[in-house]
Design a protein around this ligand. Structure first.
Ligand code: GDP
Length: 298
């Protein structure tokens, strides 16, 4: 992810760095190129505009043009605005488990976004890193294969999967998971909801019902990093209708342009918490804005 954005910005900055002095026109020209690079990376237009405006504002305020190393200063400002846009606070990216156990975590998103895989990855992470006793439960009553898939993934992560009872509705399964987890002394329950190919009212209503039934400490929107411009609508819809607490980007190991990462955080104000870096269960990483900004800017 971010390879092409990174190389485009690299070219812009190389030009800037090479100059002894910068005129206002030079800065404007550089910002025009930054804008194009962001748009090409599929960052949503309002986010791009805001980004460029912030950089310009800071560049003027810091009297870049009069400084001895103006190019370096512009690069530093772009870096800082990038970190702000991606989410500056590392604390934010931690999974919130501050609730009475069992702590429910709701995984939401479109079908194929990587929800089930990510549920297994998160279960493994919480079990091994935080020494939590984790249960997972599939609420996908429409696709028995999905329920089975979560069972398999749970086995690999060495966590308990709630036994499948055919004929139950998602809310009933969620309640049963919480009851069983309470009885069994579990710390965390990861609820993997059904996804559809597109956002629809039925899906939103169902997820909202589950949310109201279990009051999750985290509602994580799982999104394929490749979705590009659709990221904005998706994040906005889920955030308005369900109220997400964080975002997980999957397939970050692929050649996604990265726009989704910048747009979703900026549009929802909700932190990106985790990155899926591959199909294997241990390929899940915490999100650190500073590191990502460093990767983009080289
Ligand atoms: P769901 O329908 O949302 O539950 O999606 P799945 O968890 O079944 O994932 C769909 C496909 O994406 C599967 O083949 C996963 O192995 C794959 N996948 C999930 N996360 C990642 C990731 O971070 N990187 C890569 N390369 N593949 C992933």
């Amino acid at each position: 992810m971010f390879e092409s954005l990174s190389s485009r910005l690299g070219t812009v900055f190389d030009k800037l760095r090479g100059r002894g002095a910068l005129s206002e026109a030079d800065v404007s020209e550089a910002m025009r190129e930054v804008r194009i690079a962001l748009l090409e990376a599929d960052v949503a237009l309002p986010v791009v505009k805001d980004f460029v405006a912030k950089v310009k504002e800071r560049a003027v305020g810091q009297e870049v043009i009069k400084s001895i190393t103006p190019g370096q200063m512009v690069v530093k400002i772009v870096h800082d605005v990038l970190v702000d846009t991606l989410g500056a606070d590392d604390e934010d990216s931690a999974i919130n488990l501050r609730a009475a156990p069992p702590v429910p975590i709701l995984m939401v998103g479109l079908q194929g976004s990587g929800k089930t895989t990510t549920s297994g990855k998160l279960a493994l992470r919480l079990r091994t890193r935080e020494r939590k006793k984790v249960m997972v439960a599939s609420l996908d009553v429409y696709r028995p294969a999905a329920q089975k898939q979560l069972e398999v993934v749970a086995g690999q992560a060495e966590v308990v999967s709630l036994p499948i009872v055919p004929g139950q509705m998602p809310v009933e399964i969620a309640r049963r998971a919480m009851d069983e987890a309470r009885r069994g002394g579990f710390d965390v329950v990861i609820l993997d909801t059904a996804g559809r190919l597109h956002i629809d009212q039925e899906l939103m209503d169902e997820v909202a019902q589950v949310r109201d039934a279990v009051r999750p400490a985290e509602t994580l929107l799982v999104t394929d990093a490749m979705i590009g411009q659709d990221a904005v609508n998706l994040a906005r819809e889920f955030n308005e209708k369900i109220g997400i607490t964080g975002i997980v980007l999957t397939r970050v190991d692929g050649d996604a342009r990265g726009g989704a990462a910048l747009s979703m955080r900026a549009i929802t104000g909700k932190p990106i918490k985790l990155l899926g870096m591959g199909e294997k269960l241990d390929q899940l990483e915490g999100f650190h804005a500073d590191r990502i900004a460093g990767r983009i800017l080289g």
